[in-house]
Design a protein around this ligand. Sequence first.
Ligand code: GUN
Ligand code: FE
Length: 439
Amino acid sequence: MSSLVLTGATVLTMNDALDVLEGPVVVRDGVIAQVGGRAPDGVPSIDLSGCVILPGFVQTHIHLCQTLFRGAADDLALLAWLRQRVWPMEAAHDEASLRVSTRLAVHELLRTGTTSVLTMETVHGTDVVLDTLASSGLRATVGKCLMDRDDAAPARLKQPVATAIDEALQLRAAYDGAGTGRIRVALAPRFAVSCTRELLEATAAVSTTHGMLVHTHASEQRDEIEVVRAIAGMGNLAYLADTGLATPRLCAAHCVWVDEAEQALLAERDVKVMHCPGSNLKLGSGLAPVTEMRARGITVSLGADGAACNNRLDMFDEMRLAATLQAVRLGPGALPARDVVWMATRAGATTLGLADAIGQVTPGFRADLVAVDVSGPLTAPSSDPYSTVVYASRGTDVRLTMVDGEVLVRDGVHQRVDAQALGHEARAEARRLMRRAGL
Ligand code: GUN
Ligand code: FE
């Protein structure tokens, strides 16, 4: 049995009562054993005085494979961004570039307090991403991208429906439950622009048979919705519903342009929405009706999307932007800091189907925790911890990140990664990839 006590911090439990308390957090065999009370004697401890402990952040929309494209696809709107830059770069990935892209993402995520992700990878090489993740310590639900249409997509990224579905199921057979249960496999039809009706219907059928999550993009930009209307003769969400995809297992990134009827559909079918404010700003997508969707009871969680459209993977940026964008839309207070922390933890856990395992600092839950140093002058005087975490803190204030009880970041340093060397390796691989892509 391995035990550890984290002492001296203020704990944002994010339990149902939203208890905030001072006291130890005891971790035993990867599980939270005790919160508050008296620390047991004779157990190794880490002093986290001056820190706020909260559940590790859950980012529900990310593309690890795009981390190597950081800064290589700026200043374009969605469809041009995909067709001119991102798809050619994805098509140029090989094993080495996918591995380093994944490692680069994992380092940044853990360093800035994210302990779980839902990630959409590219069409090929997702086994490499899964292998890399299994030994990384991060918790991840991973889908290989499913694509079979769009004239402007590289041929290498378009697969026959049967091939795409077979490969996704092979990944599930090989990796679901890997990394001592941290790794799970999902289905990831990219979006209705790049998938035929046959592919969407096949995905829905497989999701129903195997209970797999479906990770997609929906209604991010108005051009995209027009393309879908031309293909399907109906609105984007109506189309997804028509193909059988609109179930509680559907995780739909963005939903920026959703009208009242579409919001009602999302709520009625319990479709999960992933809000990506940093990406929505940089791609010029728009301001999502997050406050309204939450008011309807829709589970709305957060993600950075990818380094090709953000260009950071830091949940602190997404939290601050989520709150401030709703203030611009509807007035200050439209999305309070405490609700944003809920989105970053509890809503993420619900989206992944892991609401009874992660997202709370509660005995019996997995020990996925983050400690944020709020003792410095840049966050002083920080009277309300929710306000501090959402508005004043930044990812580099994370002092400790733990997944399944394992301390992966300590004193702000990733314990398993030579970050400097990783940066060098990533730059070299990115240059090779850009040459292969002819960009
Ligand atoms: N829509 C289809 N593919 C993508 C992608 O990779 N990123 C974003 N932001 N939107 C998409
Ligand atoms: Fe995306």
